[in-house]
Write a protein that binds this ligand. Structure first.
Ligand SMILES: *Cc1c(COP(=O)(O)O)cnc(C)c1O
Ligand code: SF4
Length: 457
């Protein structure tokens, strides 16, 4: 596909691999760089952007009024192929695209900018568009906030019996923003959208009262945006509390893709890694849930050195990403990515269907196509990469797995399954939906074979 340049650049098995991977960090100092973020207010200063046509810059400016936009020096200098704009997948991943807005939304904002409208007027229109973009998919805000002694713990989410999500208040931003991200309400600066919690102590109390919870998944934003001091502030009490029923600490992060120097620049990096080692030494399993969208993100010397250093602490790295039109909607991209991950010692975990929020109309694919991408990609890899489960929809009732397309007694249907469910008794219960070639999400599916409802209803 046109937008997939990693293969041309790196070949099927990934980046000029061997030569690079043999080099130990610190490699050539020219590769290291200072972290600098760019967003709406200063993106025109990016040297590579200056060279682009004004039309494209204006489009970025329009769309960035609605969707949070942030990129950084590593993404700009080491990931994006500037000879392939706007089709480059990493450019599409972090820079706003005109088509992310519906045409009438785009025109409204563009007009206001052209008219030099008042800030308040612009904000009002942006707020209204936000509300129309389904900012709380899967009932996250209302349904999953747990109670402790009658108090709502707004920095926790407890949806599936075994796993609690923890949103440390200092980890609610990222090194760069993915243009498709469903967490965007958290970045738009609206207090009511945030579920943050300041104290680990409430988490510990909750875990002690809920021995059924074996996993804490620390998430954001990106918790690895925090410095080593903040990370220690959250994680050391958790380890020291020595809650026996807690077996696994997971950290959901895209830092390996967006700022691998997090794990390379001393002394900060050494302290982060020492903390990882401490978690592992305490007897807990530490899993870094790394978000990789495209094989390009696995190809730089920095990310490879970072993976190696994290793995040397005893932490495991598991990988996940949604399937996104324009960015990774190609089975070869996924097969390449999984092969590279396994080679680097990472474990492919989830392949997601892009959520029904934000710019889903732009990034979304028919479920049928997403399933074909999965199947075709899985066929190309060995068993060690077939640990990945998908395509999976994280919907209100749970994680719904598309297991295949069947023809049963003359009726074409989707096979579905619950990988995770609010109700543990329906996990792994297969069910069927009427075939619908256009459906991109669960809410567009109907039960097959004359059933009145799905098992989770
Ligand atoms: C995916 C997910 C989890 C983790 O589920 P696992 O199957 O244990 O990986 C936990 N909570 C929520 C809300 C999730 O979406
Ligand atoms: S890094 Fe994660 S939370 Fe941050 S923008 Fe990307 S997908 Fe969203």
């Amino acid at each position: 596909m046109e937008h997939f340049t990693a293969q041309n650049q790196y070949g099927k098995d990934g980046p000029k691999g061997r030569r690079v991977i043999k080099k130990e960090y610190p490699f050539n100092v020219a590769h290291t760089q200072q972290y600098k973020a760019y967003s709406l207010h200063n993106f025109r200063k990016i040297p590579q952007i200056r060279a682009l046509p004004e039309k494209l810059k204006f489009e970025i400016e329009v769309v960035a009024q609605v969707f949070p936009f942030k990129t950084n020096t590593y993404v700009i200098n080491e990931l994006i192929d500037w000879n392939n704009i706007p089709n480059d997948p990493i450019f599409r991943l972090t820079f706003p695209q005109k088509e992310m807005l519906l045409p009438h939304h785009y025109d409204k904002i563009a007009n206001l900018l052209n008219l030099d409208a008042e800030k308040e007027e612009l904000e009002k229109v942006v707020d209204k568009i936000h509300e129309e973009l389904n900012p709380h998919p899967a009932g996250q805000m209302e349904y999953n906030v747990p109670l402790l002694n009658g108090e709502r713990l707004s920095g926790l989410q407890h949806k599936y019996r075994e796993t609690v999500l923890f949103f440390p208040s200092k980890g609610q931003t990222c090194h760069a923003y993915c243009s498709f991200c469903f967490r965007w309400p958290q970045f738009t600066g609206k207090e009511e959208y945030k579920f943050a919690m300041r104290e680990t102590s409430l988490l510990i109390d909750y875990l002690k009262k809920h021995p059924e919870v074996s996993d804490v998944l620390i998430t954001g934003g990106d918790p690895m945006i925090m410095g080593s001091r903040s990370l220690r502030h959250y994680l050391e009490p958790l380890i020291n509390a020595d809650v026996q029923s807690l077996r696994t600490i997971r950290i959901g992060t895209k830092s390996l893709s967006f700022w691998p120097y997090k794990y390379l620049h001393s002394p900060e990096a050494d302290e982060v890694l020492a903390l990882f080692r401490k978690i592992v030494d305490s007897g807990k399993h530490l899993a870094i849930m790394a978000h990789f969208t495209h094989p390009r993100e696995l190809g730089t010397p920095a990310v490879r050195a970072a993976i190696k250093r994290i793995r040397s602490t005893g932490a495991e790295i598991r990988t996940q990403s949604p399937v996104l039109r324009w960015i990774n909607d190609d089975p070869d991209v996924w097969a390449t990515m999984w092969k590279m991950q396994v080679k680097l010692g990472c474990i492919p975990y989830y392949m997601f269907v892009v959520r029904n929020t934000g710019a889903q109309h732009y990034y979304g694919l028919p479920l049928e196509r997403t399933y074909e991408i999965y199947k075709n990609a899985i066929q190309q890899v060995s068993g060690l990469a077939r640990t990945v489960r998908g395509p999976s929809m994280s919907a209100m009732p749970g994680k719904v797995h598309v297991t295949g397309i069947f023809d049963i007694n003359g009726e074409k249907v989707f096979g579905l399954n619950m990988l995770q469910a609010r109700r543990p008794d329906i996990v792994m219960q297969p069910f069927f939906a009427k075939y619908n070639p256009e459906a991109t999400w669960l809410d567009e599916l109907e039960p097959a074979f004359g059933e009145k409802k799905f098992p989770f209803e």
